[in-house]
Ligand binder design. Sequence first.
Ligand SMILES: [Zn+2]
Length: 528
Amino acid sequence: MNVSMKGLALAALMTVGLAAGQQPATPPMHAKAAHRLVIKNAMVIYGNAKPPYGPVDIVVQDGLISYIGPADGMPSSSITLPTTPRSSDTVIDATGKYVMPGIVNAHMHWHEERQAGIPQPIQYERNLYLAAGVTTAREVGGDFDKSKRWQAESNAHTIIAPRILVYPFVSKGRTGSPAEIRAWIRDIKEKGADGLKIIGMDRDQLEAIMDEAHKLGMRTATHIAVEETTAKDYVELGVNSIEHFYGVADAALNGIQNFPPDMSYSNEIHRFGRAGELYAQADPEKLHKIIDMMVEKKVAWDPTFSIYEASRDLVRAQAQPWFKDYLHPSMEEYFKGSLDNHGSYFLGWTSSQEAKWKQQYRIWMDAVREFANKGGLVTTGDDAGYIYSMYGFGISRELELHEEAGFHPLEVIEHATWNGAKLLGMEDRIGKVREGFIADLLVVNGNPLDNLKLLNPYGADVMTINGRPASNYSPLGPNDKVQSVHGGGIEWTIKDGIPYHVPTLMREVKEMVSRARTQRIRSTAAQP
Ligand SMILES: [Zn+2]
């Protein structure tokens, strides 16, 4: 069999998966820890951007990947391979499927409510993230005590949720004095903070934070506001990651941000509208220099492209097809244009604002691509729950936008897995499909390198020829029947060796949404 024939045979084997909205039976192994789990016949995307390989069998023993080897049916299978399933094993047949490391969502927040007064069950967000393949979630700012409790429960597998890292917002305290900030950091470290999230600091405050963080060995992530400090200050002082687009263009301006005189930073239309003009104001030479500095000082960039996308294409953001069944009423209300809700600044949003944001994305994406070309570490985060971005769907869209920024799908998956592990300092345990590593694995219906949309919890359109999934570039015969079916999606998200059945998680999400909508209709009707 020559190489191209092999490729075709493999494409023919690809499974379509369950269409969103179908009612799948829950397999008995869903959410159950197995002593031994065998994943049969999988193509492997390793995590570090080397080409995929396989098919192989993967053995998971007590949560760790214990063996990766030739699939049964190979010539050597006359002997008992370590992958030969025993009667007590849990087995996932991955024939025609791809297995990749679980995704690290490097920027997220846990929410139990979006619109005030409409509770949103926390399990809704947990299910959506797992369904999108997120096995590790770095919360950069939230309810510290709750998140620490959920972290412990996730580690003990008493809840169904990704692994959680907690980076609380650095508090300025009562006076904002550097001494007070230092004391606060020591205290939060004592209470178990995994790192720190910094936002909006003056230089003296930032110096104190970074010095204290380094003394305590704490990692830091920053959302740089329009303040005294820019990316240059954060890079000089050794922050671990820059989140979003903020602060980088600001460090490359000739002078300051060119905002009009009626600008008010408290008005989010001003804030987000004008923010879309910043990269165009940057001096390209200075931008190259700040990128060089970031690379040299080993500062990672977690761009969170997906969270601002509504600013460049509002209609797209408002018309996402998964809203119909999966958008919780608390978020639905929150997303409606209102200056009372952070990120809901779409009141009279104009074509010119979108055009400026489109230009901003072009320059910003080029900057991120240049940063990676020069050796910088790029990661993925979604920051969902704001600006029409839903948990889970946001991270899968983030991957697509990394491809738009000029990265090969293999590099994109590296950003989402291996780079994420490095950012968190967990590169000895997660981020690769490797023996000895924690079994955080995704079993994907189809090849995500062919189409990153296959990772979307909603699934994707897949072309079939005579009923079999095929590349839409496949040659066609005169009698071939070509159709579009709904397929793709992640079939299993495995965290710590425990398999979670994604169609089941999504069915539960749909039920939560439908219950909340019914309740809301009742309570609205009951109002005088
Ligand atoms: Zn955020």
